[in-house]
Design a protein around this ligand. Structure first.
Ligand code: EPZ
Length: 418
């Protein structure tokens, strides 16, 4: 089993190109099924979640070609409507194929996504909304069997919580429904708008109406498109955290500052200088030791993103001050705390609250990653720790970060995969 070996406390200085957004490409690849034609998608990150998604598309009958950072997928000839348990269990977010299969072939048989490291990950809001659209959903034996012979009927849906996945599934399911669908209280993450823009480029008719409402006019048919996805805002925050713990000076290319509007002030208050420009680049220079004395509450967009909680917590471990994190989105998103303690951090967790007392130094140790963003937190902490940190559980990192160790190595980190 490979490990990352980091020799920490080395200043990071240089330039990093931010990858395409993992949480954009996954729903957009699923939605490409509905185009029933050739789609060319640029800025696609080379990560294992994309590999699994492409395997699912090929299983369903799509022709797929992935070269450099461009995916060409042609879903003219879908021959299946089921996603095998093995593939479903490999990636929880494959639930996003539910809406795509319903729109593309009118039925779907998928195993329940099950839990993951972050908690049970229920899909009640997905199912509720789809049933309102007229989908017949039978649950049983760990699987969902869905059908809608006559096609879905547009209707008004209000989400009880702005769930990202439920919003995406309902958008994709309603683009070919009969009539108009109005979805209120949608998730407003930038990846949702990326999906809407992609579907509209395929001929869908989706309009944003004020804050948090989408109006979707069902169409008969969609067509292929060429599309470039947005950069990964969480990867950007991860590298910003790495700069903050190494007195670093990083120039990050492809960062849309509005996408991390709730995060930039956190780094500025910590004493970092953050400069952005109209060419979507962001320069962060860190003080000798960040000062971090605040409450961080994770919230739906545009609030502080839950995916940024772990890497920013890693930064706060070495800062001067006491910070309080409140994880409001997931029930079990502090798996990285136990491993940060092994590096000498001082963190107390009580339910959704984690209290971090900044310490002057962290010391390298052997740690294990248990989820994607927790893995990123261990890399950030290892970069700031003195001595050698060995990180196992790299499959979590490879799910969402393209070239992480190469990027960090190029800006001065001593980091290698063995
Ligand atoms: C998406 O997950 C992202 N994944 C997550 O990123 C991200 O953390 C999350 O949105 C929140 O921003 C992808 O886009 C592939 P939710 P998703 O539905 O759609 C509960 C990462 O690290 N809920 O907004 O699953 C749910 O359990 C990953 O890149 C229900 O109760 O998030 C959670 O507590 C991790 N019932 C909360 O809502 C439902 O039907 C938010 O979930 C749906 C969700």
């Amino acid at each position: 089993m490979s490990k990352l070996i980091i020799e920490g406390a080395r200043r990071l200085k240089g330039e990093i190109n931010i990858q395409g957004s993992k949480n954009s490409i996954l729903p957009i690849l699923a939605a490409s099924l509905v185009a029933g034609d050739e789609c060319v998608i640029h800025n696609c990150p080379r990560i294992s979640d994309v590999d699994i998604t492409l395997k699912i598309l090929e299983h369903l009958g799509s022709k797929v070609n992935f070269e450099k950072n461009t995916v060409i997928v042609n879903s003219e000839n879908i021959i299946k409507n089921n996603i095998p348990n093995l593939l479903m269990r490999k990636m929880r977010s494959s639930i996003i194929f539910l809406g795509a299969l319903i729109s593309a072939v009118g039925s779907a048989e998928i195993s329940l996504p099950g839990g993951c490291e972050l908690g049970p990950r229920p899909i009640d809001m997905h199912i509720e909304g789809l049933r309102q659209l007229g989908l017949r959903v039978d649950e049983g034996y760990g699987a969902l069997r869905c059908s809608n012979e006559g096609g879905l009927e547009g209707c008004n849906i209000t989400l009880s919580f702005p769930s990202v996945g439920a919003t995406e599934n309902l958008i994709i399911a309603s683009v070919k429904a009969h009539g108009t669908t109005v979805i209120s209280n949608i998730a407003k993450e930038p990846e949702i708008m990326d999906l809407v823009a992609f579907l509209n480029s395929c001929g869908a008719k989706i309009e944003c109406r004020g804050e948090g409402t989408l109006v979707i006019e069902g169409v008969q048919k969609l067509h292929g498109a060429e599309y470039t996805i947005i950069p990964d805002r969480i990867a950007a925050v991860t590298y910003m955290s790495a700069a903050a713990v190494t007195v670093g000076d990083l120039l990050l290319k492809n960062v849309i500052k509005e996408h991390i509007g709730a995060v930039i002030p956190v780094f500025e208050e910590a004493g970092c200088t953050v400069q952005t420009n109209s060419k979507n680049s962001l320069r962060i220079t860190a003080p000798t030791r960040p000062y971090f004395n605040r409450m961080i509450r994770t919230m739906p967009y545009p609030g502080f993103p839950t995916d940024a909680q772990a890497p920013v917590m890693a930064m706060s471990c070495l800062a001067d001050g006491t910070s309080v994190f409140v994880e409001n989105i997931f029930t079990n998103r502090y798996k990285h705390v136990g491993e940060l303690l092994r590096l000498g951090a001082d963190i107390k967790v009580e339910g959704r609250v984690a209290i971090v007392e900044g310490v002057k130094r962290l010391f390298g140790a052997e740690v294990t990653a248990m989820d994607l963003r927790g893995a990123a937190a261990l890399v950030v902490a290892g970069l700031g720790a003195e001595g050698i940190t060995k990180i196992s559980g790299l499959s979590h990192i490879d799910r969402g970060y393209e070239n992480l160790e190469n990027n960090l190595g190029l800006v001065g980190a001593s980091i290698k995969r063995v």
